[in-house]
Design a protein around this ligand. Sequence first.
Ligand SMILES: Cc1cc2nc3c(=O)[nH]c(=O)nc-3n(C[C@H](O)[C@H](O)[C@H](O)COP(=O)(O)OP(=O)(O)OC[C@H]3O[C@@H](n4cnc5c(N)ncnc54)[C@H](O)[C@@H]3O)c2cc1C
Length: 272
Amino acid sequence: MVNGYMATSLREALEIRAAHDVVPYGGGTDLMIAADTSLTYLYVNRIPEMKQIAVDDAYVRIGASCTFTEVLASPLVPPLMKAAVEQIGAPAIRNGGTMGGNIGNGSAKADSVLIEFVLGAKLRLASVRGERIVPIEAFYKGRKQLDLAKDELIVEILLPKDADYEWYYEKVGARRALAISRISFAGLLRCDGDVITDFATAFGAVAGTVLRFPDVEAMVIGKTKAEVKAMHDAIVAAYGDHIVPTAGRVSKEYRKDVCLNLIEDFLTSKGL
Ligand SMILES: Cc1cc2nc3c(=O)[nH]c(=O)nc-3n(C[C@H](O)[C@H](O)[C@H](O)COP(=O)(O)OP(=O)(O)OC[C@H]3O[C@@H](n4cnc5c(N)ncnc54)[C@H](O)[C@@H]3O)c2cc1C
């Protein structure tokens, strides 16, 4: 028997979160692996304010309690996010698992979180004390260490609305389906004519959090494609200097080799 509160509005959920020692519960696909009957859960998957997907002037706003299936069904969600989400788990996991739960689990293997990193997404957090907007990179302070107060909830994920970029996404798993990422990679390229105006890369499942390397990205931004193509080997080498994997189910050496193969493939596929 699992104890819990079922909130039906954000206000109610935040008041329960402030007054009681509760664990937010989205789809339970992570939590129920180690169900703890001594805990009290706060069910956040029936809260209308957290179930919407909408667009404003700057962002595509995805409610934290939207399931992966709902994200895939929305015409508002950018194709890069859908490319990652459609590879998550099996249909039952995509039907139950939520975007907020993927973040709240705090894993560097979380597939939607990789895309939030490469896009520079922000999170809208709320408590009875008020709201704050936090960049995804700042939210992850380390493995399973989140910038989330005991009375706060993740309410929305804010993806930049401008999807006028080329992208690359690859998930390397132990098998083709129902695989947790062994390494995941996403790359983004935006050009104005021949000049590269934005270049971003993110590596998942390599270390305690998803990794970005702004110093290496800065080598590319502002240059022409021809200039970057001439620097191809130097760019791959710079990634090699920066990527320091941790050992896990696979070795550090394997992780690093795969990361460098993925960056090589990303650059080559974009003519760089
Ligand atoms: C068989 C299987 C396959 C899987 N495959 C994949 C995969 O391919 N890729 C992948 O990325 N993941 C995978 N997962 C992991 C899991 O499905 C995802 O992480 C999912 O997004 C979790 O969402 P949830 O709503 O079920 O989270 P829950 O289990 O409900 O919660 C997870 C954590 O987030 C917290 N939380 C939930 N909602 C909020 C909120 N609104 N605010 C603050 N904290 C919150 C919870 O307290 C908990 O700590 C798999 C899991 C299983 C069991």
